[in-house]
Ligand binder design. Structure first.
Ligand code: COA
Length: 183
């Protein structure tokens, strides 16, 4: 479905055409290690469509992260501080259980490429089987962010490259401090 906000058209893919999306709270999950301008792009689009968004920062001990959960949540808070009706939480349980706990009617995800789409379809279908009442909605990344991932940004930072295009300045500084200054 395509939603128009002002002069902008946003494509929203959903699996249930009965969604009253303007009244919904959506959960936007991710590891956010760290949050990039690509994630922010999705949050900003979603915040223009939905009145409440809960950003759920995953605490998955199996995924070795550069930043602690607390740091990742603080960076997300920093990135969204000027946006209204957004809360940031941490979670370590099943995504669908977290969505129920926070009374989210749906799960929001971003897609950058076709391979993201296939992965998101799989995740959405599994989550739908776990709880058919919770829908997944996908927002397409803006073209300038389709190549970004948190790992790539970390790799560039570790090799002394310029990461200012991808991260907020405060987050970029924190990331640079993770590696010793190159001789
Ligand atoms: N802009 C920039 N980068 C983006 C992006 C965007 N719009 N969307 C995704 N990415 C990047 C992320 O930075 C991340 O990069 P990295 O792998 O280099 O760190 C990568 O794409 C993958 O992101 P994502 O798909 O969000 O994975 P994730 O690991 O951040 O989060 C969870 C996945 C937390 C949502 C998922 O593992 C989960 O639900 N876990 C809970 C347990 C559970 O319920 N499991 C069953 C799920 S069906």
């Amino acid at each position: 479905m395509t939603t128009y906000i002002g002069n902008h058209a946003y494509t929203i893919i959903s699996f249930n055409h009965n969604i009253q999306h303007q009244y919904m709270t959506f959960l936007y999950p991710g590891t956010f290690d760290p949050i990039t301008k690509g994630h922010y792009d999705i949050i900003q689009k979603a915040s223009q469509c939905f009145p409440h968004i809960t950003i759920a920062v995953a605490n998955n001990p199996k995924k070795k992260t550069c930043f602690t959960l607390k740091e990742r949540m603080e960076f997300v808070q920093l990135a969204v501080k000027h946006l209204k009706h957004i809360q940031v939480i941490g979670f370590s349980n099943l995504l669908i259980d977290c969505a129920m706990e926070y009374q989210a009617q749906g799960i929001l995800r971003g897609i950058r490429t076709m391979s993201d789409f296939e992965y998101e379809m799989q995740m959405a279908n599994i989550n739908r089987q776990l709880n058919p009442k919770i829908e997944s909605i996908l927002f397409m990344s803006s073209p300038q962010y389709t190549g970004i991932s948190s790992s790539l940004v970390k790799e560039i930072a570790s090799l002394g490259g310029d990461i200012s295009h991808f991260l907020l300045p405060e987050i970029a500084s924190a990331l640079i401090k993770k590696w010793p200054i190159q001789p």
